[in-house]
Ligand binder design. Sequence first.
Ligand code: ARG
Length: 363
Amino acid sequence: MTPEQLIARIRTIRGTSPGNLMARHFDEDYFRSLDDQSRQRLRRIIASGIENPDSQMGAYAMNPEDYDRFAPMLDPMIRDFHGIPAQTAIAQKHDWDTGGMSCDLAAIDSRLKDVSMRVRVARNVSTFPLPGAMSKEQRVDLERLAAQAFTRLREDPAFGGHYLSITPGSPDEIDATEYDRRVKSHQMFKDMSGDPYLNVAGISADWPYGRGMYVSRDEDFLVWVGEEDHLRIMAMQHGGNLNALFERLRNGLERLRDLLPAFATSPCYGNVTSCPTNLGAGVRASLHMRLPALTENGRDLTGLKHQAKALGLAIRGAGGEHSDAGEGGLVDISPSARLGVTEMEIMRRLYDGAAALWAMETA
Ligand code: ARG
């Protein structure tokens, strides 16, 4: 495809798929102004949004530097998604300190004392390209590096556990049955090779090489290796105490940071991630709640999605992104904002959002 054909194609997508932020912010003159090599690089970054017109974002960075190098294209998309006006400077701040603020869901309603809570951060080490541009060897090398860090982490009783690899021939390899069991229990990530967005971006390439998961003995601290970002570090608990959940993640993250090469960061965007939707604190905090009244027993999420959006929340089905509600209207709720909000603000927004949805559910 010539540059002009590409431009025409994106113009068509802009008309047929107005939600596609890549197409919305694609600047034809900027693209024409680039040299051949830069044009090729940018094409790879936006390929997913071109091949998948229904994309919401439609781009994945291939290298941490891409966010600076292609800022004229990516910055407007990032601002649009995260709701940051053009004149406002972006400077991601971090704050994990609760300052005594208590976010225990049981205080909303005692029925909320045993929901499934989860918080994760995305991290990429600065010594490798982002997953879309990694070679098979690099994927396996990264996994080896992570496995070494886990060997050290295991020495700490609070985080002790084991590493499970799905790389064929790995010393930590698990079999297909064990992998399926871990996917069903929402611990392990799904087979990425079935995801059209990740496939076009090259992020799922070489599946399942270099992929695996660390899991603590109590199964509430997990690290994914080789998914959409190098590492997805998460805490998972049943209960209602969001403070305890965030504290668990923070501690584990600090331990890991000391055992790995520096993570890729950007002065304005904070933690650098493959997908621009995850920039910033890189935190996704969610609850699995049953909202039968708001979802017609799980049959219809449309109304709830609208109501949640007004509260700054995103709704997913219980099976993760692009899934339907589970039995009894079980849904996944999480604050949409990632960039320009601190870790603690995200915790607070999840708590307030859960309270607001619960009030509507029980009204
Ligand atoms: N590339 C997809 C899109 O643009 C996914 C975006 C957000 N999800 C994610 N897992 N990064 O719609």
